[in-house]
Design a protein around this ligand. Structure first.
Ligand code: SF4
Ligand code: SF4
Length: 381
């Protein structure tokens, strides 16, 4: 009797959280066949088809099991599923069940703890959120057209992305300001970890803050914040107009309001970030921006756009250890090197961190540079 109750409970939670089509799963295995974990040098324990079976049957096997946290929520499997199962929502729902029992991996507990106490996942003092503006003049949001929401990773870790984006917006004459220290993490990783209550707290804080300042339009530096603001905050009453910086800059280039004059005679391969591409269908704008740089030779990965392989950093994996032979970003760096690329360009701070790490681990950092598109463009102004 108990097993039946648990079955109902698990399936109900999964259905409530948007994974309601889990019952459509036929166990065909197309998802596992497209998942990057199956394409690594070493064999992985993570097989998404098995996870879905467990979710469907409501068995307790996945509890306290770190393997459920292997999924990067890259959405590759969703593109392939013939039954339209929203696999990412199912994974998120299963994680929320694990999170309620306190069974999330140790590293991720620290991430949730840091977000709760500091408002960011990087264990940094909240007061340092605007430290990236040191030595540059960035206005505080008042009655500007746009709020520039700088994600935690570019505010604390990859500050060059925040600086380059602000510089480009200023060059194009965009009316924007930042709020800074009062902001908290958008909560995307928190939700992917399964910490639903904490996510709701972050969403409510940020929405109230933005509304109290009169924000109507938001520019994001990260596709993860873009996803959260457009696809998750509306559940909490948000009605902001949100744009990723590559979309806005591509419009400005097309309108002749932004141009790049310094040539960059390099072979540049573009890595589609999952949350900009597959999750939000933004494929062409980043490519148009790279084409606008004089002398730049743009290249593509063999698997690109909706088939692009994930860097391995989504779904909170950026904070987890991954052993050599199982790192998606290593595969991306090796392919870039085989193709003779000199720069890997992307448009997501997580991808930059993951790919830079792999370049260092594979001793390719003298051969290949990793750059966010904002950096390439700012250097080419
Ligand atoms: S591809 Fe879809 S139907 Fe097939 S096993 Fe995966 S989730 Fe189930
Ligand atoms: S979302 Fe990506 S990592 Fe997760 S199961 Fe699907 S293909 Fe694999």
């Amino acid at each position: 009797m108990e097993a039946v109750t648990y079955f109902d409970e698990v399936r109900e939670i999964i259905q409530e959280m948007g994974g309601d089509d889990i019952t459509l799963c036929l166990q065909c295995g197309m998802c596992a066949g497209s998942c990057p974990w199956g394409k690594m040098e070493k064999e992985s324990e993570f097989i998404i088809r098995k996870m879905l079976h467990m979710g469907r049957m409501g068995i307790e096997g996945f509890e306290n099991d770190d393997v459920l946290y292997a999924c990067t929520t890259c959405n590759q499997c969703v593109v392939k599923c013939p039954r339209g199962v929203n696999i990412v929502n199912v994974v998120r729902a299963m994680r929320s069940i694990v999170a309620e029992t306190g069974g999330i991996p140790k590293n991720l507990k620290a991430v949730v703890g840091s977000i709760s106490s500091n408002g960011n996942p990087w264990g940094q003092d909240a007061e340092q959120r605007t430290s990236w503006t040191k030595d540059i003049d960035v206005p505080t949001f008042a009655d500007h057209e746009y709020l520039l929401y700088v994600c935690c990773t570019s505010a604390f870790d990859s500050q060059k992305i925040a600086r380059a984006t602000a510089q480009l917006l200023q060059q194009a004459g965009i009316s924007f300001g930042i709020i800074g220290n009062e902001e908290k993490c958008c909560g995307e990783a928190t939700r992917k970890i399964g910490a639903e209550e904490e996510f709701a707290g972050l969403a409510e804080h940020n929405i109230n803050l933005f509304q109290s300042k009169g924000v109507k339009k938001i520019i994001t530096t990260s596709p993860h914040c873009y996803y959260t603001f457009t696809q998750e905050y509306p559940e909490f009453g948000a009605e902001f107009e949100v744009i990723h910086y590559t979309q806005l800059l591509a419009q400005l280039v097309e309108e002749g309001k932004l141009a790049f004059n310094t040539p960059l005679a390099k072979k540049v391969i573009y890595h589609d970030p999952c949350y900009l591409g597959r999750h939000n269908n933004v494929y062409e704008e980043p490519r148009q921006l790279l084409q606008a740089v004089p002398e730049l030779q743009r290249m593509d990965y063999d698997d690109n756009r909706e088939y692009s392989m994930c860097c391995g950093g989504g779904g909170s994996r950026i904070w987890m250890e991954t052993e050599s032979g199982l790192r998606f970003s290593d595969v991306k760096v090796k392919e870039a090197a085989d193709k003779g690329a000199e720069i890997i360009a992307t448009a997501c701070p997580y991808c930059v961190v993951m790919l830079e790490d792999s370049c260092k681990n594979l001793n390719k950092d003298e051969e290949i540079m990793v750059r966010d598109i904002s950096q390439i463009l700012a250097d080419s102004l």
